[in-house]
Ligand binder design. Structure first.
Ligand code: PMP
Length: 384
């Protein structure tokens, strides 16, 4: 006969039942993820308090750097490309199949991580002026990395063209195992669709459909197009605004329908180069992923490097948020838009990646945050 504490002990079967209930609860709450692929999407929407207080608008940022495979929105795109290729029988795990991609980093990092998880190899071609920590990270993930001189898209050595060529060479080479798949983030519909089915609906649900504007930069254009295509069908009066760095042709494409104005057309031997330290956004050619949503983009805002750098410091100083260059550009544009719309509006933008990816370039040669140079007015940043 059991007495005292022992008599209150749950029976084995009751204990098991409770355990099963706890596990089920965890699964419902989404606390257990199916590998790193399960950590992609459902990112938080963060109210940036300092910018909201300063503008009287609610400035909300989708924390895409919290995607758990490659820590950027490109996780969504990479898994979308790989799953489509698997469905089409173009990729078979552990067969030597290799994914080739031309990228300034984020897409490569997402692909490299997911390829590891799925039994593929990754081969990444990137410009050699991109922050070195991105290629270091790719090498640690076991990807093959080719860094090439920046070149115009008509050059076969341009990083995107090179990746396409390498994929074809792989498939044709009898010495190589498996096949080569060119991921093709700039042209594939799997890119914008990942944002149409993921990022867009998540923003709609997280805001309960109460939002006035969406602001984002564009590299491939997949994010802004996919989100705009989803949100505008539910919210026809939503304003979609492009944030664009200097030298990028997308600003003119949105404003005037052409990539280059007459002045830029004249003296632009180097017009393939976007004149900025900002990585991942701004481009001088038309891509399928930008064009598919372009008609839904209402306006464009230029953001220069000084503004982006000052905003990145501001976000650390006031909110403890440490981001990379494209996220800072987005936040400048969102704040400018807030000031032009006036108080009481709700604006959503994207935080793409962490400042840790940009220590050697965008964040290089800066004093620790918190010093005298951070004692600036937000208006000074916006007008820099
Ligand atoms: N931010 C970063 C850091 C990126 O690498 C990219 C994509 N190259 C973007 C923003 C832009 O996203 P998208 O390609 O969907 O336009």
């Amino acid at each position: 006969i059991l007495t005292g504490a022992w008599s209150n002990r749950p029976s084995k079967s009751r204990e098991r039942k409770r355990q099963a209930e706890r596990l089920a609860e965890l699964e419902i709450n989404g606390d257990i993820k199916e590998g790193i692929e399960g950590c992609i999407g459902r990112t938080p929407l963060i109210k940036i308090k300092s910018l909201s207080d300063a503008t009287g608008c609610e400035i909300l940022a989708k924390a895409e750097f919290l995607n758990g495979a490659g820590n950027s929105p490109k996780d969504r795109v990479a898994i979308s490309i790989i799953e489509l290729a698997e469905e089409q029988g173009l990729l078979i795990p552990h067969s030597g199949d290799t994914v080739y991609e031309g990228t300034v980093g984020s897409t490569g990092i997402s692909l490299a991580a997911i390829c590891r998880a799925r039994g593929y190899k990754a081969h990444i071609c990137m410009p050699d002026d991109v922050a070195i920590e991105k290629s270091d990270l790719l090498l640690k993930l076991g990807a093959e990395v080719e860094r090439v001189r920046p070149a115009p898209i008509v050059d076969q050595k341009q990083f995107v063209n090179l990746a396409r060529t390498r994929a074809v060479e792989h498939t044709a080479d009898p010495e190589k195992k498996g096949r080569g798949l060119f991921a093709d983030q700039f042209e594939t519909d799997a890119n914008w669709r990942a944002h149409f089915t993921g990022t867009g609906p998540e923003i709609f649900n997280q805001t309960a459909g109460y939002l006035d504007a969406f602001v984002a930069g564009a590299g491939t254009g997949g994010t802004i197009s996919g989100v705009a295509l989803y949100l505008k069908q539910r919210l026809p009066y939503l304003r979609v605004v492009l944030a664009d760095p200097p030298g990028s042709g997308l600003y003119n494409r949105v404003k005037y329908g052409v990539m280059f104005d007459s002045k830029e057309r004249e003296g632009t031997r180097r017009r393939h180069q976007v004149d900025t330290v900002v990585e991942g956004i701004g481009i001088n050619r038309q891509t399928r992923n930008f064009e598919v949503g372009r008609a839904l983009i209402d306006d464009a805002i230029r953001v220069n490097d000084d503004q982006a750098k000052a905003m990145a410091r501001w976000l650390v100083e006031h909110d403890g948020i440490f981001v990379g260059s494209s996220s800072a550009v987005n936040c400048v544009a969102a704040t400018k838009l807030a000031n032009s719309l006036g108080p009481g509006h709700r604006i959503v933008t994207i935080l793409c990646d962490s400042g840790a990816r940009h220590l050697s370039k965008f964040w290089a040669n800066t004093e620790p945050v918190g010093g005298a140079e951070d004692d600036v007015d937000l208006d000074d940043i916006l007008n820099a």
